[in-house]
Each structure stands twice: as C-alpha cells, then as structure tokens.
Design a binder for this molecule. Structure first.
Ligand SMILES: Cc1cc2nc3c(=O)[nH]c(=O)nc-3n(C[C@H](O)[C@H](O)[C@H](O)COP(=O)(O)O)c2cc1C
Ligand code: SF4
Length: 439
C-alpha cells in the first residue's frame, strides 16, 4: 500500500522505519521484533512499566504535553470500577496530520503500545476514537485489530498470558470539539460531544464514570520502543523534560511541506530551512505558527527556538500538536487570523457564553475589517474580547480561539492598524474569501 512520504533525520527516526516497512500488517511487524516489548511489559509489575515511561520523559503528543507516565499513575489502584484506555485519533487540529501516518503505516506498533499502556493501568478494554473523515485509517486499524485477535495477541489471553484485553474502534462524526478529551468521552458514551467540567479528571472519573486514560495515537505508539530500548535511550534523544522524537507536520509556504519525524528540540529554523527547504520562491518569512492553529504566531527573529514544550512556552507560544504553518511576506495576517477565528467560532460547542459569543464577535469584527470596514478601536477591542474568553470557559477551546488573536495583535499590531486606518490591505486587495454559515 503506498504511503504519503515521511521525512526524518540521518539517524532514521524512531517510528519512521516501522511506517516505511508497513507495520500495519502483522507479518511485517513480527519481522521487526513486533510485540516483544509487550511480552516484556506483561512480565513486569505495572508500577515498573509506569516508572519506565515516566523516566523516559515521554510527553503527551496530542497537544497539552502532559507527561504520559505521570498521567497513568493517577489511576486509582483501589477503585473497584473497570478502568479504560481511550486512544484519541480524532486528529482535528488544523495544520496537523501525523496520527494518520502512524495508523496507516504502523497500526501494529500502536496496538502494541495499547497493550503496554492498558497493562500499566490495569484496563481490559480500549477504545480507539477515530475521526469520521479517516475512512482508510479506520479500515486499516480494524484489519490490524482483526489480525491481532486471530494471532491471540488480543482477547482473553494476550500473548499467552492470563491478561485479557479487548480493543474497539469508535468513529467520530467530524466535530473538532470531540478531540477534547471530555467531549470525546461524552461522544463515546453515545451523547452529544460537550466538554465536561474538570475536576474530576478522566483518570478518576472518565468513561462511564470510571477511571480512564485518554492518550494521543502518537504518544502511545512510542511506548513499545521505550520498553524495548529503555527510558535512558529515549530521554537522551530529546531535551531536558521533553524526551525522544516526534512528528512535526510542516505546511504553508515552504518548499517541501510534509510530516517530519525529528528529535524533540530541533530548532524551528532548522526545520523550516534545512528540512522543509526554506520559503517558497525565495521569499522572506513573515510569520510562523509553531504548534497548530491555536498557538500564537512567532516572528522571523524568534525561529531559533527549540521545538519542545518548555522552550516554546518560555517565549509565549506552544508546541501543541506540532503543526507548523509558515507564512511568507505576501501573506495577509488579517486574512489568516480571520480563517482561524472563523474555524473556532464554527466549532465552539456553545456551552459557555464567553466562547460562544466571544468567538462570534471576533469573527464578525475581523470579517468587517477584511472587507475594508475596519475601525481604529477594533485594534484594542479584539484583544479585549480575547482576554474576556481566556480562562473563563469549561474547556480549552475558548483559550485556543483567544490565543491566536492575542498573539497576532501583539506581534503584528501594525498590520491590523494599517488595515483599520486605510481600509486597504498591503497585499493590494482584500481576500475574495467569503464567510458562510454562522455570523
Ligand atoms: C478543542 C480541543 C481539541 C483537541 N483535539 C485533539 C485531537 O484531535 N487529538 C488529540 O490527541 N488530542 C486533542 N486534544 C487534546 C486532548 O484533550 C487530550 O489532552 C489528549 O488527547 C491527551 O493525550 P496525550 O496526553 O497523549 O496528549 C484536543 C484538545 C482540545 C481542547
Ligand atoms: S469553551 Fe467553547 S467549546 Fe469549550 S465547552 Fe465552552 S463553549 Fe464549548
């Protein structure tokens, strides 16, 4: 089966070799010592498995970057309720398209990670929540699950032990909010995907009100390699407190857009210019989004930053899902922010007033500015509205909508002022893009 091209460094990456050797098929994975790590983990006490992953500094790769092993340790051992493992394959962050590669090329690596994680938290049921649009990944994942049952890798006696594990796929219906872990759990329970208040956190009260761990596809796919090669190996590959490699989805105005598996902490400059081939047409870089559409943009003078969770947080942005979007000198940032804000307005579930109304106001103001009707007060009103949303909502979608607005207006204020003052765009004309639906 042909895969979209993946890129990595001279060392060959960690998951890339498995993807390139089509480890969505059991026979291929077994040739690469597939499921040996799970056997090792099944023979260890659960605490030791958790300890190994904690020390490896594997961070959650779905967005928030919470340390994976620590999250697992929050599952109460004395709870009489069943424990659940849920894999988040909703992959809806604009600019991010990495989990698809893991499933398409390495579904068995993910399944092995699932066995190890389930064993660590004592779960006997795992659900993989796959976004509705991912038809082929869902089919490939299901055929890997079927192969694993057939080979007695899943089921009543996992890999010949007395450990039982069932894995089911659940298809989403295409709502961005269903990637948020508590909305995902609601959706999995058959309800509308509305986020829940936290606490209680899912590790205490998650799926069917039972202790649940929600982890991203990529996070879990790295677990077998950590078990095989040891936590020190993984920890050393990254930066302090940010272990290993990860996938960076690079898009926008670069010469070689694609998904790159690189050591955590490679600089953004290296990624853009050495790996992604620099800016298209030899143009100058104007702005870059480092971690998915909700991460505040960086200016060209900031791209020497190491691409890890802590380094980006230190300069007021975030690594998130590592979806990098480069914008060249001809980009209208008002247009870019309009598209981003419109997305969050459209995807707001409507439960919290600041998010429901605030995203709508920001959408309308940007829309008006974009059509040449900007007012000078907009330049202050926009950050005020965004500040009114920040921290005042049930789930982080509100913050995700506010952060880009705050970032663009802080770092590129002059561009928004110029639009408001002149009613014109420096690119020569206003976008022909027309809003539809809400607002
Ligand atoms: C609006 C919103 C959308 C999200 N979408 C995704 C997603 O598509 N995939 C994902 O893994 N995490 C997503 N997350 C993060 C999850 O809530 C959760 O933190 C993550 O799945 C935990 O896995 P990790 O610890 O392995 O990163 C989203 C969060 C928010 C607020
Ligand atoms: S912040 Fe927005 S998306 Fe999240 S619960 Fe509130 S209204 Fe819904």
């Amino acid at each position: 089966m042909p895969f979209p091209k993946l890129f990595t460094d001279n060392n060959g990456g960690i998951l890339t070799p498995y993807i390139n050797q089509e480890c969505n098929e059991l026979k291929n994975y077994l040739k690469l010592e597939g499921y040996e790590a799970a056997k090792k983990a099944l023979a260890m006490p659960a605490e030791q498995v958790i300890d190994e992953v904690t020390r490896s500094n594997l961070r959650g790769l779905g967005g928030a970057g919470f340390p994976a092993g620590r999250k697992w340790s929050f599952i109460p051992k004395d709870s009489p309720k069943p424990k659940y493992l849920v894999i988040n394959a909703d992959e809806s962050e604009p600019g991010t398209c990495k989990d698809k590669y893991v499933i398409l090329g390495a579904a068995h690596v993910l399944l092995e990670g699932i066995i190890i994680a389930a064993r660590a938290i004592n779960a006997h049921t795992c659900y993989i929540y796959i976004r509705g649009e991912y038809v082929e990944p869902a089919q490939i994942m299901q055929s890997a699950i079927d192969e694993a049952y057939e080979a007695k890798i899943l089921g009543k006696n996992v890999l010949g032990t007395d450990y039982a594990l069932d894995v089911y796929i659940h298809r989403g219906a295409g709502a961005y909010i269903c990637g948020e872990e508590t909305a995902l759990l609601e959706s999995l329970e058959g309800k509308r995907g509305w986020p829940r208040m936290k606490p209680p956190f899912p590790a205490i009260e998650g799926l069917f009100r039972s202790p649940t761990i929600v982890n991203n596809v990529e996070t879990i796919a790295y677990v077998p390699m950590i078990m095989n090669k040891g936590w020190e190996w993984f920890a050393k590959l990254g930066t302090e407190r940010n272990g290993g490699y990860r996938f960076y989805s690079i898009s926008g105005h670069v010469n070689r857009p694609g998904v790159y598996e690189l050591p955590v902490g490679t600089t953004l400059r290296t990624m853009l210019y050495d790996y992604a081939g620099g800016i298209r047409g030899g143009k100058k870089l104007k702005a870059v989004i480092p971690g998915g559409s909700s991460s505040p943009p960086l200016r060209p003078e900031e791209i020497d930053v190491k691409m890890d969770f802590d380094s980006l947080a230190a300069i007021g942005s975030m690594l998130g899902s590592a979806g990098i979007i480069a914008m060249d000198e001809d980009t209208c940032l008002l247009d870019m922010l309009m598209v981003t804000t419109r997305f969050y307005h459209h995807e707001s579930c409507g439960q919290c007033t600041p998010c429901r109304e605030g995203t709508g106001w920001m959408d309308k103001i940007l829309n008006r500015m974009l059509r040449g009707g900007g007012r000078l007060e907009d330049v202050n009103n926009m950050p005020d509205i965004a500040n009114g949303i920040m921290g005042n909502t049930i789930c982080p979608l509100g913050d995700a909508a506010a952060m880009p607005v705050l970032g663009y207006f802080k770092k590129f204020r002059e561009e928004f002022e110029s639009h408001a003052k002149t009613g014109k765009c420096h690119t020569g004309e206003f976008t022909s893009w027309k809003p539809a639906g809400k607002g």
